[in-house]
Design a protein around this ligand. Structure first.
Ligand code: NOJ
Length: 556
């Protein structure tokens, strides 16, 4: 079989603003990342994904780009980037960048030109429409709250923005715009980077004629995306993008593809099509976003992952993740950081990491970091949180109420500075960081977990090493076991009849494993987050809260 490097890879996602500050301004930067490459090499990851590092007014922390070919001053210079790339490569670590193609900043010269007059040659690079009787052109809601349209008084037309009003959507129907983007993409590829994570790629195509939504609201805090997500024709854009750029390089491409089903994903990432390497799907986190108070529904989670695993096996490739910079921490969502931090963080890790696909780790996840603490609405930095606060206030909700919702849902939860040690500012910076450190940093930090004999960090390192050493964990077939069990998520990964059984109790209560079809042997235990009782009968045994075990097995 041809070995494809990005299938073997483990990706580590870096939020540059919060990873490491090298120049004492309280903001993470490229040289800070460079200073921590040895840590990443020790951990064993093979690719870093940098969230946006381009010049930006930072309305949405870099996802609003004003110059695609310059580095945000706070993060350093292009020379710093080139050095980081070279230093990463020297350690065998590849680097992928975040590619934001759905929108730019309103400070991008293209938008400044486009808004300058109705006759601007770049007018059509963005989506401009006349209003309807003094109202926006249609009833679409922005993903970040409020109408998706803003009136530009100078020219009397509205522009579309699916995210904030400082992130105008690019008009992908315009070929000149598309080719200008491809030039920029090729420029980065020419520098020798190893690929991209492509932001909001399933939103590039809007429904023709931009029709009204029958119901603009999906959930109370999530609008309907029906007319601008995964629309027919979006794959033609992806196809052209890939044909004009990625396909000519040995790179990894990861599309952020909300709304794409596993069956459709075959079209997006199928090896036959050569469009993208993999997509980040959203289905499993709808379990949480639908009701952030609900505890983990193991049966529903297994159903979702199993469908993705089965559908793409042998036909495409999965991206595996539980955390990112848009989601609160997974131990707070689905684990139990107060009573079982180590166990729940490692059980969740074992569950997703050994499936078929490329695993992603978001900075701090490898420490089992939990959500941070908020005491006041003024502490929220994220533009979504700030818009949401304004929205809820206009609905008459009390500050206590708003704080309770955001403490659970805010993206700031996972954007706090990386805790490197227990010194001031968690070793992230010599000064007060841009976002307050998570107060648990004195216990939860890299130095403490490296020194401990048992820690979430060491467990992740073991998982990475195990996956790298075992072909069955790369492309062995996934089969779910105990399909109706409400606490235990168990599956096998088998290749030519050999492989692994992965057994995880994802609940805070004891659980029973019972399965006669698979022969487990004590001497074949390769990884566990609890001491295993060697007197257990391995056809049925008790699992402690969040206990996880991995056995080497052979099909009977
Ligand atoms: C998805 C990114 O992950 C998120 O952080 C950002 O706010 C939106 N896309 C808009 O670019």
């Amino acid at each position: 079989m041809e070995r494809i490097w990005w299938k073997d890879a483990v990706v580590y996602q870096i939020y540059p603003r919060s990873f490491m500050d090298s120049n004492g301004d309280g903001i993470g930067d490229l040289n800070g990342i460079g200073a921590r490459l040895d840590y990443l090499a020790w951990l064993g990851i093979s690719v870093i994904w940098l969230c946006p590092i381009y010049r930006s007014p930072n309305d949405d922390n870099g996802y609003d780009i004003s110059d695609y070919q310059a580095i945000l001053e706070e993060f350093g210079t292009m020379a710093d980037f080139d050095r980081l790339l070279a230093e990463a490569h020297r350690r065998g670590i590849r680097v992928i960048l975040d590619l934001v193609l759905n929108h730019t900043s309103d400070a991008h010269p293209w938008f400044i030109e486009s808004r300058s007059s109705r006759d601007s040659p770049l007018r059509d690079w963005y989506i401009w429409r006349d209003g309807r009787d003094g109202h926006p052109p249609n009833n679409w809601e922005s993903i970040f709250q409020g109408s998706a349209w803003t009136l530009d008084p100078a020219t009397g037309q509205y522009f579309l923005h699916l995210f904030t009003e400082r992130q105008p959507d690019l008009n992908w129907e315009n070929p000149a715009l598309r080719h200008a983007l491809y030039d920029m993409v090729r420029w980065w590829l020419g520098k020798g980077i190893d690929g991209f994570r492509i932001d909001a790629i399933s939103h590039l195509k809007k429904a023709p004629g931009l029709p009204d939504l029958p119901n603009p609201w999906g959930l109370p805090w999530v609008p309907s995306y029906e007319m601008h997500m995964n629309q027919p024709g979006v794959l033609d854009f992806v196809d052209e993008l890939s044909r004009e750029t990625f396909r000519h390089y040995d790179v990894m491409t990861v599309g952020e593809a909300n709304g794409v089903s596993p069956e459709q994903a075959v079209e997006w990432v199928g090896s036959a099509r050569r469009r993208l390497s993999m997509i980040l799907q959203f289905e499993h986190w709808t379990l949480w976003s639908r009701d952030p108070h609900a505890s983990l529904d193991v049966v529903a989670l297994r159903k979702i992952f199993t469908r993705w695993q089965r559908t793409l096996h042998g036909r495409g490739w999965n991206a595996l993740y539980l955390e990112n910079h848009d989601l609160p921490r997974v131990v707070s969502r689905w684990g139990d950081p107060a009573r079982h931090r180590y166990e729940s963080a490692t059980a969740l890790a074992t569950m997703y990491f050994l499936m078929e696909g490329t695993p992603f780790i978001y900075q701090g996840q490898e420490l089992g970091m939990a959500n941070t603490e908020f005491h006041d609405l003024a502490e929220f930095d994220d533009v979504f949180a700030r818009n949401r606060i304004a929205q809820m206030r206009s609905e008459g909700r009390s500050d206590t109420d708003i704080l309770a919702e955001l403490a659970l849902t805010a993206r700031d939860n996972s954007r706090t500075p990386m805790p490197w040690d227990d010194t001031a500012n968690a070793g992230f910076s010599t000064t007060t960081p841009w976002l307050t450190v998570n107060p648990e940093y004195r216990e939860v930090n890299v130095a403490a977990q490296r020194a401990a004999s048992r820690s979430v960090l060491h467990y992740y390192r073991d998982l990475i090493a195990l996956r790298a050493a075992e072909p069955a964990l790369l492309d062995g077939r996934y089969d779910a076991l105990l399909e109706s069990n409400r606490k235990v998520y168990a599956y096998t990964r088998l290749r030519d009849g050999r492989g692994f059984a992965i057994i995880c109790n994802l609940s805070a209560a004891p659980a029973r494993y019972r399965h006669r079809g698979l022969v487990l042997r004590h001497e074949a235990l390769v990884l566990a987050n609890h001491d295993v009782n060697l007197h257990d009968d391995l056809t049925q045994f008790a699992l402690r809260p969040y206990e996880a075990r991995v056995y080497r097995v052979e099909a009977g």
